[in-house]
Design a protein around this ligand. Structure first.
Ligand code: HEM
Length: 449
Protein backbone atom coordinates (compact mmCIF):
# COMPACT_ATOMS: atom_id res chain seq x y z
CA UNK A 1 0.00 0.00 0.00
CA UNK A 2 1.20 3.49 -0.82
CA UNK A 3 0.43 6.48 1.37
CA UNK A 4 -1.99 9.01 -0.14
CA UNK A 5 -0.59 12.12 -1.81
CA UNK A 6 -1.90 15.60 -1.15
CA UNK A 7 -2.59 16.68 -4.74
CA UNK A 8 -0.58 19.69 -5.93
CA UNK A 9 -3.79 21.51 -6.75
CA UNK A 10 -4.56 21.33 -3.00
CA UNK A 11 -1.06 21.95 -1.62
CA UNK A 12 0.18 24.57 -4.11
CA UNK A 13 -2.35 27.29 -3.25
CA UNK A 14 -1.43 26.82 0.41
CA UNK A 15 2.34 27.27 -0.19
CA UNK A 16 2.46 30.77 1.25
CA UNK A 17 0.30 30.11 4.28
CA UNK A 18 2.22 26.87 4.73
CA UNK A 19 5.56 28.72 4.83
CA UNK A 20 4.07 31.03 7.44
CA UNK A 21 2.59 28.23 9.54
CA UNK A 22 4.00 24.80 8.61
CA UNK A 23 2.82 23.19 11.84
CA UNK A 24 -0.78 24.25 11.21
CA UNK A 25 -0.51 23.12 7.58
CA UNK A 26 0.97 19.70 8.36
CA UNK A 27 -1.61 19.14 11.10
CA UNK A 28 -4.52 20.02 8.82
CA UNK A 29 -3.30 17.69 6.05
CA UNK A 30 -2.76 14.97 8.68
CA UNK A 31 -6.38 15.24 9.77
CA UNK A 32 -7.54 14.81 6.20
CA UNK A 33 -5.03 12.31 4.81
CA UNK A 34 -4.09 10.28 7.91
CA UNK A 35 -0.82 9.66 9.76
CA UNK A 36 1.21 8.97 6.58
CA UNK A 37 0.87 11.12 3.49
CA UNK A 38 2.99 12.50 0.67
CA UNK A 39 3.31 16.24 0.32
CA UNK A 40 5.10 18.38 -2.27
CA UNK A 41 6.98 20.56 0.20
CA UNK A 42 7.47 24.03 -1.26
CA UNK A 43 5.64 22.73 -4.34
CA UNK A 44 8.64 20.65 -5.43
CA UNK A 45 10.22 17.97 -3.29
CA UNK A 46 7.87 15.12 -2.48
CA UNK A 47 8.14 13.94 1.11
CA UNK A 48 6.39 11.32 3.20
CA UNK A 49 5.13 13.15 6.27
CA UNK A 50 4.52 10.84 9.22
CA UNK A 51 3.00 11.05 12.69
CA UNK A 52 2.93 7.26 12.87
CA UNK A 53 5.27 6.16 15.70
CA UNK A 54 5.87 2.80 14.00
CA UNK A 55 7.17 4.52 10.87
CA UNK A 56 9.29 6.91 12.96
CA UNK A 57 10.73 3.95 14.86
CA UNK A 58 11.41 2.07 11.64
CA UNK A 59 13.41 4.87 9.99
CA UNK A 60 15.19 6.18 13.09
CA UNK A 61 15.89 2.93 14.86
CA UNK A 62 14.76 -0.49 13.59
CA UNK A 63 16.00 -0.16 10.02
CA UNK A 64 18.21 2.90 10.47
CA UNK A 65 20.96 1.45 8.25
CA UNK A 66 18.65 1.79 5.27
CA UNK A 67 18.18 5.53 5.86
CA UNK A 68 20.37 8.62 5.88
CA UNK A 69 19.79 12.27 6.78
CA UNK A 70 18.84 14.42 3.79
CA UNK A 71 21.25 16.88 2.17
CA UNK A 72 19.13 19.74 3.44
CA UNK A 73 20.13 18.77 6.98
CA UNK A 74 23.72 17.89 6.28
CA UNK A 75 24.98 20.07 3.39
CA UNK A 76 23.54 23.51 4.20
CA UNK A 77 24.53 23.38 7.82
CA UNK A 78 27.97 21.89 7.24
CA UNK A 79 28.78 24.55 4.64
CA UNK A 80 28.89 27.04 7.51
CA UNK A 81 29.64 24.97 10.57
CA UNK A 82 31.63 22.11 9.16
CA UNK A 83 31.21 18.38 9.46
CA UNK A 84 30.51 17.31 12.99
CA UNK A 85 28.23 14.66 14.47
CA UNK A 86 25.05 16.51 13.58
CA UNK A 87 25.92 16.96 9.91
CA UNK A 88 28.08 13.92 9.28
CA UNK A 89 26.84 10.70 7.65
CA UNK A 90 27.78 7.07 6.99
CA UNK A 91 30.94 5.42 8.23
CA UNK A 92 32.58 8.72 9.14
CA UNK A 93 29.62 9.62 11.40
CA UNK A 94 29.77 6.22 13.14
CA UNK A 95 33.51 6.51 13.78
CA UNK A 96 33.08 9.98 15.28
CA UNK A 97 30.05 8.97 17.33
CA UNK A 98 31.95 6.04 18.86
CA UNK A 99 34.82 8.34 19.72
CA UNK A 100 32.73 11.10 21.28
CA UNK A 101 29.92 9.12 22.94
CA UNK A 102 31.84 8.16 26.13
CA UNK A 103 32.45 11.85 26.85
CA UNK A 104 28.73 12.42 27.23
CA UNK A 105 28.12 9.45 29.47
CA UNK A 106 26.36 10.35 32.73
CA UNK A 107 29.41 9.42 34.76
CA UNK A 108 31.48 12.03 32.88
CA UNK A 109 28.82 14.67 33.23
CA UNK A 110 29.25 14.92 36.98
CA UNK A 111 32.37 17.04 36.46
CA UNK A 112 30.32 19.49 34.41
CA UNK A 113 27.89 20.20 37.30
CA UNK A 114 30.30 22.69 38.85
CA UNK A 115 30.98 24.41 35.52
CA UNK A 116 27.26 24.76 34.82
CA UNK A 117 26.41 25.95 38.31
CA UNK A 118 29.15 28.60 38.14
CA UNK A 119 27.64 30.02 34.93
CA UNK A 120 24.13 29.89 36.42
CA UNK A 121 25.24 31.80 39.55
CA UNK A 122 27.34 34.30 37.62
CA UNK A 123 24.57 35.06 35.14
CA UNK A 124 22.08 35.17 38.03
CA UNK A 125 24.20 37.87 39.72
CA UNK A 126 24.39 39.79 36.47
CA UNK A 127 20.63 39.58 36.06
CA UNK A 128 20.08 40.67 39.62
CA UNK A 129 22.26 43.78 39.05
CA UNK A 130 20.33 44.58 35.89
CA UNK A 131 16.98 44.21 37.63
CA UNK A 132 18.01 46.81 40.22
CA UNK A 133 18.44 49.40 37.46
CA UNK A 134 15.46 48.57 35.25
CA UNK A 135 11.72 48.08 35.21
CA UNK A 136 12.32 44.34 35.49
CA UNK A 137 10.72 43.50 32.16
CA UNK A 138 12.85 41.47 29.79
CA UNK A 139 12.69 38.95 26.98
CA UNK A 140 13.22 35.62 28.65
CA UNK A 141 14.12 33.96 25.34
CA UNK A 142 17.11 36.32 24.92
CA UNK A 143 18.19 35.51 28.47
CA UNK A 144 17.93 31.77 27.90
CA UNK A 145 19.88 31.99 24.64
CA UNK A 146 22.61 33.87 26.45
CA UNK A 147 22.82 31.47 29.37
CA UNK A 148 22.54 28.27 27.30
CA UNK A 149 25.31 29.57 25.04
CA UNK A 150 27.54 30.33 28.01
CA UNK A 151 26.86 26.94 29.59
CA UNK A 152 27.84 25.01 26.48
CA UNK A 153 30.84 27.31 25.88
CA UNK A 154 32.17 26.81 29.43
CA UNK A 155 31.41 23.09 29.30
CA UNK A 156 33.70 22.90 26.26
CA UNK A 157 36.38 25.49 27.03
CA UNK A 158 36.08 25.99 30.83
CA UNK A 159 37.61 29.31 31.82
CA UNK A 160 40.11 29.42 28.91
CA UNK A 161 38.14 32.21 27.26
CA UNK A 162 37.57 35.77 28.48
CA UNK A 163 33.95 36.94 28.83
CA UNK A 164 34.31 39.57 26.06
CA UNK A 165 35.79 37.01 23.67
CA UNK A 166 32.85 34.78 24.41
CA UNK A 167 30.31 37.53 23.76
CA UNK A 168 31.93 38.37 20.44
CA UNK A 169 32.10 34.70 19.49
CA UNK A 170 28.42 34.22 20.42
CA UNK A 171 27.29 37.18 18.32
CA UNK A 172 29.07 35.77 15.27
CA UNK A 173 27.54 32.32 15.74
CA UNK A 174 24.07 33.88 16.07
CA UNK A 175 24.53 35.78 12.80
CA UNK A 176 25.60 32.63 10.99
CA UNK A 177 22.70 30.64 12.40
CA UNK A 178 20.24 33.29 11.26
CA UNK A 179 21.63 33.06 7.76
CA UNK A 180 21.57 29.23 7.75
CA UNK A 181 17.87 29.46 8.65
CA UNK A 182 17.30 31.74 5.65
CA UNK A 183 19.05 29.29 3.33
CA UNK A 184 17.12 26.31 4.67
CA UNK A 185 13.77 28.07 4.54
CA UNK A 186 14.23 29.95 1.29
CA UNK A 187 16.15 27.49 -0.91
CA UNK A 188 14.81 29.20 -4.06
CA UNK A 189 16.73 32.36 -3.06
CA UNK A 190 20.06 30.54 -2.88
CA UNK A 191 21.07 31.84 -6.32
CA UNK A 192 20.50 35.37 -4.99
CA UNK A 193 22.54 34.70 -1.84
CA UNK A 194 25.36 33.47 -4.08
CA UNK A 195 25.26 36.23 -6.70
CA UNK A 196 24.83 39.09 -4.27
CA UNK A 197 27.90 38.04 -2.32
CA UNK A 198 25.79 37.47 0.81
CA UNK A 199 26.78 33.83 0.93
CA UNK A 200 30.46 34.72 0.57
CA UNK A 201 30.30 37.17 3.48
CA UNK A 202 28.72 34.55 5.73
CA UNK A 203 31.23 31.94 4.66
CA UNK A 204 33.93 34.44 5.62
CA UNK A 205 32.27 34.97 8.98
CA UNK A 206 32.11 31.24 9.59
CA UNK A 207 35.81 31.00 8.69
CA UNK A 208 36.45 33.64 11.38
CA UNK A 209 34.53 31.57 13.90
CA UNK A 210 36.45 28.41 13.01
CA UNK A 211 39.74 30.33 13.33
CA UNK A 212 38.72 31.62 16.73
CA UNK A 213 37.96 28.07 17.83
CA UNK A 214 41.34 26.99 16.53
CA UNK A 215 42.96 29.67 18.72
CA UNK A 216 41.00 28.50 21.77
CA UNK A 217 42.06 24.90 21.15
CA UNK A 218 45.72 25.81 20.60
CA UNK A 219 45.65 27.89 23.77
CA UNK A 220 44.61 24.79 25.68
CA UNK A 221 47.18 22.52 24.05
CA UNK A 222 50.02 24.99 24.56
CA UNK A 223 48.97 26.07 28.05
CA UNK A 224 49.52 22.57 29.35
CA UNK A 225 46.61 22.80 31.82
CA UNK A 226 44.45 19.67 31.97
CA UNK A 227 40.78 20.50 32.58
CA UNK A 228 37.73 18.39 33.29
CA UNK A 229 35.63 19.54 30.36
CA UNK A 230 34.38 18.47 26.92
CA UNK A 231 37.41 19.80 25.05
CA UNK A 232 39.70 17.76 27.27
CA UNK A 233 37.59 14.70 26.60
CA UNK A 234 37.84 15.31 22.85
CA UNK A 235 41.60 15.89 23.08
CA UNK A 236 42.17 12.75 25.13
CA UNK A 237 40.00 10.36 23.14
CA UNK A 238 41.57 7.92 20.68
CA UNK A 239 40.11 6.04 17.72
CA UNK A 240 39.64 2.33 18.39
CA UNK A 241 41.22 1.28 15.10
CA UNK A 242 44.30 3.51 14.93
CA UNK A 243 44.81 4.59 18.53
CA UNK A 244 45.28 8.14 17.21
CA UNK A 245 43.54 11.32 18.41
CA UNK A 246 41.27 13.48 16.22
CA UNK A 247 42.88 15.73 13.61
CA UNK A 248 42.83 19.39 14.62
CA UNK A 249 40.41 20.40 11.84
CA UNK A 250 37.96 17.70 12.86
CA UNK A 251 38.23 18.79 16.49
CA UNK A 252 37.41 22.37 15.50
CA UNK A 253 34.37 21.27 13.54
CA UNK A 254 33.09 18.92 16.26
CA UNK A 255 33.30 21.65 18.90
CA UNK A 256 31.52 24.05 16.52
CA UNK A 257 28.71 21.55 16.06
CA UNK A 258 28.28 21.20 19.81
CA UNK A 259 27.66 24.96 20.02
CA UNK A 260 25.13 24.87 17.22
CA UNK A 261 23.30 21.72 18.33
CA UNK A 262 23.44 22.50 21.99
CA UNK A 263 22.42 26.05 22.70
CA UNK A 264 19.32 27.13 20.82
CA UNK A 265 17.57 23.83 21.55
CA UNK A 266 18.13 24.12 25.31
CA UNK A 267 17.25 27.83 25.25
CA UNK A 268 13.93 27.03 23.57
CA UNK A 269 13.06 24.28 26.02
CA UNK A 270 13.92 26.51 28.97
CA UNK A 271 11.93 29.47 27.62
CA UNK A 272 8.83 27.38 26.98
CA UNK A 273 9.13 25.82 30.42
CA UNK A 274 9.27 29.23 32.11
CA UNK A 275 6.34 30.36 29.98
CA UNK A 276 4.24 27.34 31.01
CA UNK A 277 5.19 27.76 34.66
CA UNK A 278 4.18 31.43 34.60
CA UNK A 279 0.77 30.25 33.40
CA UNK A 280 0.52 27.39 35.89
CA UNK A 281 1.48 28.63 39.37
CA UNK A 282 0.17 25.41 40.95
CA UNK A 283 2.85 23.45 39.03
CA UNK A 284 5.51 25.93 40.10
CA UNK A 285 4.48 25.45 43.73
CA UNK A 286 4.92 21.69 43.44
CA UNK A 287 8.41 22.20 42.01
CA UNK A 288 9.29 24.55 44.88
CA UNK A 289 8.06 21.94 47.38
CA UNK A 290 10.19 19.26 45.74
CA UNK A 291 13.26 21.50 45.81
CA UNK A 292 12.65 22.42 49.46
CA UNK A 293 12.56 18.77 50.29
CA UNK A 294 15.58 17.55 48.27
CA UNK A 295 17.98 20.49 48.29
CA UNK A 296 16.66 23.15 50.68
CA UNK A 297 18.25 26.57 50.06
CA UNK A 298 21.12 25.26 47.91
CA UNK A 299 21.72 23.89 44.42
CA UNK A 300 21.09 20.18 43.91
CA UNK A 301 24.15 17.93 43.75
CA UNK A 302 24.67 15.69 40.75
CA UNK A 303 23.18 12.65 42.50
CA UNK A 304 20.19 14.67 43.75
CA UNK A 305 19.25 15.58 40.17
CA UNK A 306 17.84 12.07 39.78
CA UNK A 307 15.55 12.66 42.72
CA UNK A 308 14.00 15.78 41.17
CA UNK A 309 11.33 13.68 39.53
CA UNK A 310 8.55 16.26 39.38
CA UNK A 311 10.85 18.90 37.87
CA UNK A 312 11.88 16.32 35.26
CA UNK A 313 8.23 15.60 34.45
CA UNK A 314 7.65 19.32 33.95
CA UNK A 315 10.60 19.64 31.55
CA UNK A 316 9.42 16.58 29.60
CA UNK A 317 5.87 17.85 29.35
CA UNK A 318 7.14 21.23 28.17
CA UNK A 319 9.23 19.50 25.45
CA UNK A 320 6.18 17.41 24.50
CA UNK A 321 4.10 20.53 23.91
CA UNK A 322 6.97 22.54 22.40
CA UNK A 323 9.61 20.13 21.04
CA UNK A 324 12.65 22.30 20.18
CA UNK A 325 13.55 19.88 17.36
CA UNK A 326 10.05 19.79 15.92
CA UNK A 327 10.79 17.81 12.76
CA UNK A 328 13.52 15.69 11.21
CA UNK A 329 14.02 13.68 8.05
CA UNK A 330 15.63 10.58 6.59
CA UNK A 331 16.06 9.46 2.98
CA UNK A 332 15.37 5.79 2.15
CA UNK A 333 18.52 4.25 0.60
CA UNK A 334 16.58 1.15 -0.47
CA UNK A 335 12.95 -0.02 -0.75
CA UNK A 336 11.39 -0.61 2.65
CA UNK A 337 8.04 -1.58 4.14
CA UNK A 338 6.39 -0.85 7.49
CA UNK A 339 3.39 -3.14 7.92
CA UNK A 340 1.50 -2.59 4.65
CA UNK A 341 3.07 0.76 3.92
CA UNK A 342 5.57 0.78 1.05
CA UNK A 343 8.50 3.18 1.33
CA UNK A 344 10.23 3.21 -2.07
CA UNK A 345 13.96 3.92 -2.35
CA UNK A 346 14.64 7.66 -2.49
CA UNK A 347 11.61 8.63 -0.37
CA UNK A 348 12.27 11.48 2.04
CA UNK A 349 10.53 10.38 5.23
CA UNK A 350 9.72 13.24 7.57
CA UNK A 351 8.90 12.31 11.17
CA UNK A 352 6.78 15.28 12.23
CA UNK A 353 7.80 15.22 15.89
CA UNK A 354 5.51 18.08 16.94
CA UNK A 355 2.57 16.27 15.33
CA UNK A 356 3.37 13.00 17.12
CA UNK A 357 3.58 14.86 20.44
CA UNK A 358 0.14 16.41 19.88
CA UNK A 359 -1.61 13.32 18.58
CA UNK A 360 -4.80 12.85 20.62
CA UNK A 361 -4.62 9.12 20.05
CA UNK A 362 -1.43 8.83 22.12
CA UNK A 363 -1.80 11.86 24.36
CA UNK A 364 -5.21 12.29 25.91
CA UNK A 365 -6.30 15.91 26.09
CA UNK A 366 -3.09 16.55 24.19
CA UNK A 367 -3.11 20.36 24.31
CA UNK A 368 -3.24 20.40 28.08
CA UNK A 369 -0.08 20.99 30.13
CA UNK A 370 -0.09 18.03 32.48
CA UNK A 371 3.36 17.02 33.79
CA UNK A 372 1.94 13.98 35.62
CA UNK A 373 1.73 12.20 32.27
CA UNK A 374 5.43 11.53 32.75
CA UNK A 375 5.13 10.14 36.29
CA UNK A 376 7.12 6.91 36.55
CA UNK A 377 4.01 4.77 37.16
CA UNK A 378 2.52 5.97 33.87
CA UNK A 379 5.63 5.50 31.70
CA UNK A 380 4.72 1.89 30.94
CA UNK A 381 1.54 3.05 29.14
CA UNK A 382 3.54 5.25 26.78
CA UNK A 383 3.63 3.87 23.23
CA UNK A 384 7.25 3.67 21.95
CA UNK A 385 8.35 6.56 19.70
CA UNK A 386 5.48 8.86 20.71
CA UNK A 387 7.85 11.07 22.72
CA UNK A 388 10.88 12.10 20.68
CA UNK A 389 12.30 15.38 21.98
CA UNK A 390 15.81 14.01 21.52
CA UNK A 391 15.06 11.89 18.44
CA UNK A 392 15.58 8.14 18.62
CA UNK A 393 17.78 5.26 17.51
CA UNK A 394 21.55 5.50 17.08
CA UNK A 395 21.41 9.19 16.16
CA UNK A 396 19.65 10.05 19.40
CA UNK A 397 20.82 13.43 20.68
CA UNK A 398 24.25 12.90 22.20
CA UNK A 399 23.65 15.85 24.53
CA UNK A 400 20.35 14.62 26.02
CA UNK A 401 21.64 14.03 29.57
CA UNK A 402 23.74 17.20 29.34
CA UNK A 403 20.64 19.16 28.36
CA UNK A 404 18.44 17.64 31.07
CA UNK A 405 21.10 18.40 33.63
CA UNK A 406 21.58 22.03 32.59
CA UNK A 407 17.82 22.62 32.53
CA UNK A 408 17.33 21.06 35.96
CA UNK A 409 20.21 23.06 37.46
CA UNK A 410 19.07 26.34 35.96
CA UNK A 411 15.44 25.92 36.93
CA UNK A 412 16.34 24.72 40.45
CA UNK A 413 18.37 27.90 40.96
CA UNK A 414 16.44 30.59 39.17
CA UNK A 415 12.93 29.49 40.14
CA UNK A 416 13.91 30.05 43.75
CA UNK A 417 15.98 33.14 43.17
CA UNK A 418 13.57 35.05 40.90
CA UNK A 419 9.82 35.35 40.32
CA UNK A 420 8.66 35.26 36.72
CA UNK A 421 5.40 36.87 35.55
CA UNK A 422 4.24 37.15 31.96
CA UNK A 423 3.91 40.73 30.72
CA UNK A 424 0.27 41.33 29.70
CA UNK A 425 -1.16 41.50 26.15
CA UNK A 426 1.38 39.38 24.32
CA UNK A 427 0.73 37.26 21.26
CA UNK A 428 3.35 34.54 21.57
CA UNK A 429 3.42 31.82 18.99
CA UNK A 430 5.62 28.81 18.40
CA UNK A 431 7.62 29.63 15.29
CA UNK A 432 9.11 26.55 13.66
CA UNK A 433 12.44 27.61 12.17
CA UNK A 434 15.26 25.11 12.47
CA UNK A 435 14.07 24.87 16.08
CA UNK A 436 10.73 25.81 17.63
CA UNK A 437 11.17 29.36 18.87
CA UNK A 438 8.82 31.58 20.82
CA UNK A 439 8.00 34.46 18.50
CA UNK A 440 8.52 37.38 18.92
CA UNK A 441 10.02 36.36 22.29
CA UNK A 442 8.54 36.08 25.78
CA UNK A 443 8.36 39.26 27.78
CA UNK A 444 8.38 38.64 31.49
CA UNK A 445 8.44 40.76 34.58
CA UNK A 446 11.11 39.48 36.94
CA UNK A 447 11.98 40.32 40.49
CA UNK A 448 14.48 38.85 42.87
CA UNK A 449 12.96 37.05 45.85
C1 HEM B 1 16.70 20.50 25.03
C2 HEM B 1 17.83 20.43 24.34
C3 HEM B 1 18.07 19.57 23.14
C4 HEM B 1 17.17 19.00 22.26
C5 HEM B 1 15.64 19.09 22.30
C6 HEM B 1 17.95 18.28 21.27
C7 HEM B 1 17.39 17.53 20.23
C8 HEM B 1 18.11 16.76 19.35
C9 HEM B 1 17.54 15.87 18.36
C10 HEM B 1 16.05 15.65 18.12
C11 HEM B 1 18.56 15.27 17.71
C12 HEM B 1 18.45 14.20 16.62
C13 HEM B 1 18.20 14.78 15.27
C14 HEM B 1 17.93 13.70 14.21
O1 HEM B 1 18.01 12.51 14.48
O2 HEM B 1 17.65 14.07 13.08
C15 HEM B 1 19.79 15.81 18.25
C16 HEM B 1 21.05 15.47 17.82
C17 HEM B 1 22.20 16.01 18.35
N1 HEM B 1 22.33 16.82 19.46
FE1 HEM B 1 20.79 17.53 20.56
N2 HEM B 1 19.28 18.44 21.56
C18 HEM B 1 19.40 19.20 22.68
C19 HEM B 1 20.56 19.57 23.32
C20 HEM B 1 21.82 19.23 22.91
C21 HEM B 1 23.04 19.59 23.58
C22 HEM B 1 23.11 20.38 24.89
C23 HEM B 1 24.07 19.13 22.83
C24 HEM B 1 25.57 19.22 23.06
C25 HEM B 1 26.15 19.73 24.09
C26 HEM B 1 23.48 18.45 21.67
C27 HEM B 1 24.21 17.85 20.66
C28 HEM B 1 23.65 17.10 19.65
C29 HEM B 1 24.44 16.43 18.63
C30 HEM B 1 25.95 16.49 18.49
C31 HEM B 1 23.53 15.74 17.82
C32 HEM B 1 23.86 14.86 16.62
C33 HEM B 1 24.02 13.45 17.12
C34 HEM B 1 24.30 12.44 16.03
O3 HEM B 1 23.70 12.51 14.96
O4 HEM B 1 25.13 11.57 16.29
N3 HEM B 1 22.13 18.53 21.76
N4 HEM B 1 19.49 16.70 19.27
Amino acid sequence: MHAPTVPRRVSLPTTLSFAHDPIGGLTRFGREYGPNYYLYVGGVSKSLITTDPEVAQRVLQRNHRAYEKSELQTETVSRYVGKGLLTNTGASWLRQRRLIQPGFHRSRLEALTTIMQTVIDREGDRLSARLKNSSGTLDIYEEMLNIAFRIVARAIFSEDIEEEELTDFGEKITKIQEHVIREVRLPFLNWYFKLSGIQRSYLQLSQDVLNTQKQFIRRRKEGGIVRDDLLQMLLDSRYEDTGLPMEEQQLIEETGILFVAGHETSANALSWTLYLLAKHPEVLQKIQAELDCICPGRPPTFSELRQLSYLTQVINESMRLYPPAWITDRVALEDDKVGDLEIPKGTVVVPFIYGIHHEEHYWEDSERFQPERFASNRQKDQVPFTFLPFGGGPRLCIGNSFAMMEMQLLLASWLRRFSFHLAPNQQIRAKPLVTLRPEPGILMYLHEN
